[in-house]
Design a protein around this ligand. Sequence first.
Ligand code: ADP
Ligand code: MG
Length: 273
Amino acid sequence: LSSHFPAGAPRVLTLANQKGGVGKTTTAINLGTALAAIGESVLIVDLDPQGNASTGLGIDHRARRLSTYDVLVGEATLAETIHETAVPRLHLAPSTMDLLGVELEIASERDRAFRLRDAVRALHEGATADRRYTYVLVDCPPSLNLLTINAMTAANAIVVPLQCEFFALEGLSQLLKTVEQVRGSLNPNLSIHGVVLTMFDPRNNLSGQVVADVRQFMGDKVYDTMIPRNVRVSEAPSHGKPVLLYDLKCNGSQAYLRLASEVIQRERTLRAA
Ligand code: ADP
Ligand code: MG
């Protein structure tokens, strides 16, 4: 399959939810892998000081000589931080713990909320063929701090992973409010791309109830594809691999492939609109 954005700028999708453990990083890695598997060129930007996306894609701490920290403080270009991964067409800009200090370091800079946006623009403008991406996926920390604001300011749209658990909707209105605020001030074109339900367990009645509630609240923003709770998905990062490389046939891998098709389908609809 050829890309549907041949000459344009990359589509920047930010994975955000201020709750930890809901599947942001897992979705960044595996949606990214699935998009690459069907022909897109994908850059994952790790904006979480924990660096789980970097580790999960097999990029060793010692190899992270330059990271998204250096980009945000203006000491490196995004292009200089990029690593290839075991997945063809999937690249990564890694993070380090240094990101914990970035908020204070750039707090008084006028462009502090635009650092990532400008870095992605510069990457695109200076891009050589092997650094031309159709999708940039930004993995956020579990908070609504300046890192997440940078990720929202850089984005075309937000993908919200929601775990199928009792408190799934708690905090969602705060997240949506933040998206509204960013749209109202920093990034007028920002939209919600979709809500992806993660760790769905069909044997658990509560999971079904949560799905019904979220669909009622968010309507057709919720992707049809739900990511099942699947042990292979949780094992893969410790092997430094996306689950699609670790076990392509498992339910988790197949769900992420369907999600990728759905994301592309939504992009086509958005572009036609
Ligand atoms: P976040 O980035 O939002 O903090 P993670 O993606 O790191 O969340 O996921 C939290 C934990 O849940 C991780 O240990 C991850 O391996 C596990 N996990 C995520 N998705 C699934 C899934 N579909 N099935 C089983 N475990 C999952
Ligand atoms: Mg994470």
